[in-house]
Design a protein around this ligand. Structure first.
Ligand code: ANZ
Ligand code: ZN
Length: 818
């Protein structure tokens, strides 16, 4: 092969790597372990550029670490359950299993064409019974630990997907998948008790020093911990009391009314038989139709009504009207709020609208607020109209008021979390069946573990409207109770597919084990994942759920670590002309076209070179051409020196040009090692390699050949993780017999990094004033800056102006001043 023909060499090496098991990972190895993982794909049909980008990033890391002497685990699999398969079934009459496995076959072939170094023997597919058996097993583990429960309640329902959604899957009031507005429905559903772990999920974010700050912040906000107090208000003419959650107990003397969420259980009781009952009932029905987002947006219209009853202020004994209003949510805090219009935005607009009293209890230090207030005062300040707490700073008052409430038994310090339990039931077919049986006599009975998997039956009706498809298979639905052997029915909900992906990284360790979900001992050696690469869209969903799963498994004694992903890299989007690639915009560049035209090495090189991995990458045809030309240049460089490698002599760098190339070679090794290994900036690593190639091209013909051949060999080694096929081919071309990917990563020689130094004479108006030692070939600007910073020069320049610089390169500087 004299010309670069990617199509030929890429196929050839992929085949050889596969046949020789080049990237098979062994568990018994005395090398240090490194687990490099990319988020596994949903088998939607074909790869898009986003996939190519993540897998290129992951593969560079994996190959680099392998060359650095690590035992690298780099697996791939399929997040294969999910709605699109089922929708395709409804639309085209193909069974979801057929659709999914066909897609997997096609996409596996595409992934292999990228030349990624996966250990394919560890492939996992979440829709396969030997995988979901263990998903069900884990569900039962959660059930046994009291972390899976069934509850009736208002849940998010997507009318288009015909199923419920977890809170995490509702984005701005719409379904995360199809964008349809989500409505509330009252249904009996399974939940996982992630709220039990809220505090740990929050606290342990501090441990994740290898995660992007952005993701940490999103998780912190999602968990949403608020510190404050619960305060009890007695109800006039009732034995019940109302408990509110507030973050501002310091404003307690400014309360002028209470508000209950319309859905609050006390509302019905308090209005029963009163003249307000009818109107309240109507109001509550109305509110329930609106989404949480509409209800809580700061600028949303606040609507409410007085329910005709009064509460008693716990410290002043004052009568406070009880209202219900849309802006108070039933499932946050206690579902009840104390209204402090003077110091809270929402209360202020509500009170202004309904003519409720606005009472100032905090004023800025040394200032009196204009009354009536035009806007609420939400800042810090000093307490007024607050009895014995007057004059205290509000921070101090906060603690003291809580202590006072505690003493009197009418309140206590409390925290509230925004996060809700994870709703995991789906009324859809293509998911893991929830392994639960309902018996008239025994109630809810978990399927005994030895009866797993509960197989997802093939024969169901997909177009059953509101009915879960599994309800349409009588044979599945009716079963016998494992406890009493009486007639029983199966749960027909399937699990949220985010459960499947919450533990797949553990299954890769022992993917074929049919006795347990994973091998704890091996898992403890391999995990936490050293480098996890995936999309920012999973910042809350997948990454939060996986952290939760890991903590539960830790508590169950099944793993010895409580965070799954040590270091996280979130890759940016691939865009074209600045816009996200999408079918509707007609700006999609398909991986198969690019690979067919230029080869995978070019695709990888371009993608890694065009932007740092965490930034958006704008696709550019010229950029792809450029990457291809660069690889061609490397190819020709090796081709031209091929015969010299056959008669290679040791390097001997003595002349300045030889020393220079030696220095550039070692500086490049240093830079590429740091850029890939610690900074994860592949773009600058590649441009350093390009500079080394330029230096080799401009190396004098008559200079030492050994130095040049070393530099060429270095290029091949440094480029191997980025462009694995061409480097493998070139490596063999220069006479090696083993794979370039099994070579030791080159190390730089610190001594070779030192550039040659020379002494400059500094003259001022022709008179010798100073001398300075600098690297040879220092740039003009750098030299000038250095000269101007010399003490002796500064002294001489005092009060004078430089008229002219005379520079004799590598010898002398003369400043003409006056
Ligand atoms: C009185 C008060 C006075 C409040 C004040 C704020 C400022 P975060 O920070 O989001 O936790 N609140 C409590 N439960 C609520 C519910 N179910 N629906 C709507 N609002 C609710 O907010 C806590 C504050 O939000 C609480 O503190 C409460 O209003 C309100 F100057 O109590 B506050
Ligand atoms: Zn029974």
């Amino acid at each position: 092969e004299h010309t670069y023909s990617p199509a030929h060499i890429e196929k050839k090496w992929q085949k050889i790597w596969q046949e020789t098991g080049a990237f098979k990972t062994s568990d018994e190895d005395d090398k240090p372990y490194f687990y490099c993982l990319e988020q596994f794909p949903y088998p939607s049909g074909r790869l898009h550029m986003g996939h190519v980008r993540v897998y290129s990033i992951g593969d560079v890391v994996a190959r680099f670490k392998r060359m650095q002497g690590y035992n690298v685990l780099h697996p791939m699999g399929w997040d294969a359950f999910g709605m699109p398969a089922e929708n395709a079934a409804i639309k085209n009459g193909v069974h979801p299993a057929v659709w999914t496995y066909d897609n997997i076959d096609f996409m596996r072939k595409q992934v292999k064409e990228l030349g990624s170094s996966y250990d394919w023997e560890r492939e996992v597919t979440t829709c396969s019974p030997d995988y979901y058996k263990w998903t069900q097993w884990l569900f039962l583990l959660f059930y046994e630990r009291g972390l899976a429960y069934r509850k009736r309640g208002a849940v998010n329902w997507c009318p288009d997907c015909q199923t419920v959604l977890a809170n995490e899957q509702v984005e701005d009031g719409a379904c995360w998948r199809c964008g349809t507005e989500v409505v509330k429905r009252d249904l009996e559903q399974w939940f996982l008790r992630i709220t039990d772990y809220a505090d740990r999920l929050l606290k342990d974010l501090d441990k994740l020093t290898g995660w992007p700050e952005k993701v940490i912040t999103m998780q912190r906000n999602w968990i949403g911990k608020s510190e404050g107090a619960e305060v009890q208000f007695a109800i006039e003419g009732s034995d019940d009391s109302i408990t509110v959650f507030t973050t501002r107990p310091d404003t307690l003397y400014g309360v002028t009314y209470l508000v209950l969420a319309p859905e609050h259980q006390l509302v019905k009781l308090l209005v029963e038989g009163t003249e307000e009952e009818e109107e309240v009932t109507r109001f509550v029905e109305e509110i329930r139709k609106t989404s949480d987002i509409e209800r809580t947006a700061a600028d949303a219209e606040k609507v409410g009504m007085f329910i005709g009853r009064y509460a008693i202020h716990p410290l002043t004994g004052e009568k406070l009207p009880i209202w219900i209003a849309n802006y108070v949510l039933p499932d946050y805090g206690t579902g009840a709020v104390m209204g402090v219009p003077a110091h809270d935005e929402r209360d202020f607009s509500f009170a202004s609208k309904y003519g409720l009293e606005i009472r100032v209890v905090i004023e800025p230090q040394g200032e009196e607020l204009n009354k009536p207030l035009e806007t609420p005062y939400t800042g810090e300040g000093v307490l007024v109209h607050s009895d014995k707490f007057n004059g205290l700073s509000n921070q101090e008052a906060l603690t003291k008021i809580v202590a006072h409430l505690e003493e009197r038994g009418v309140g206590k310090a409390a925290v509230s979390f925004r996060i809700r339990d994870w709703l995991v039931s789906r009324q859809r077919y293509w998911g893991a069946p929830i392994p639960i049986i309902y018996c008239d006599r025994c109630g809810t009975v978990p399927v005994p573990k030895e009866q797993l998997p509960v197989i997802l039956p093939k024969e169901v009706s997909f177009a059953a409207g509101n009915l879960s498809p599994l309800k349409t298979n009588e044979e599945f639905l009716h079963t016998t109770c494992p406890t009493c052997q009486g007639p029983a029915t199966r749960e027909t909900d399937t699990m949220d597919t985010f459960i499947d992906s919450s533990w797949y990284y553990l299954r890769y360790i022992s993917p074929k084990d049919d006795t347990k979900p994973f091998d704890s001992q091996a898992v403890n050696r391999w995990l936490p994942v050293d480098k996890y690469i995936g999309g920012i869209e999973h910042a809350v969903l997948h990454l939060l759920y996986s952290r939760f799963f890991t903590k539960v498994l830790y508590d169950a004694g099944l793993v010895s670590f409580d965070e799954p992903f040590e270091s996280l890299l979130t890759q940016g989007m691939v865009t074209k002309d600045g816009a996200k690639m999408s079918k509707s915009k007609g700006n999609v560049v398909s991986p198969e076209e690019i690979i067919a035209k230029y080869g995978a090495d070019t695709a990888r090189t371009f993608i890694l070179f065009a932007a740092p991995p965490d930034r958006d990458l704008d696709w550019s045809d010229q950029g792809v051409e450029g990457a291809h030309r660069f690889l061609g240049r490397v190819w020709r460089m090796v081709e031209q020196h091929r015969e010299m490698f056959a008669v290679r002599q040791p390097a001997s760098a003595t002349s300045p040009a030889e020393k220079k190339l030696l220095q550039v070679t070692h500086a490049t090794i240093k830079k590429v090692t740091e850029d890939i290994g610690t900074r994860y900036q592949f773009n600058t690593a590649i441009s350093a390699i390009m500079e080394l190639v330029n230096a080799i091209y401009s190396y004098p013909e008559d200079a030492d050949v050994g130095t040049k051949l070393d530099a060429i060999e270095t290029v091949i080694l440094l480029l191997a993780p980025v462009a694995p096929h061409i480097t493998e081919e070139l490596w063999h071309k220069i006479g090696h017999e083993t794979s370039v990917h099994q070579q030791k990563w080159p190390e730089y020689d610190p001594a070779a990094l030192v550039q040659e130094e020379i002494e400059y004479v500094i003259q001022i108006n022709g008179k010798l004033r100073d001398k300075v030692v600098v690297p040879r070939g220092l740039k003009r600007e750098e030299l000038e800056e250095l000269v101007l910073n010399r003490e002796k020069v500064k002294e001489q320049l005092e009060g004078k102006t430089i008229r002219k610089w005379i520079v004799v390169p590598d010898k002398l500087v003369n400043l003409v001043v006056s």
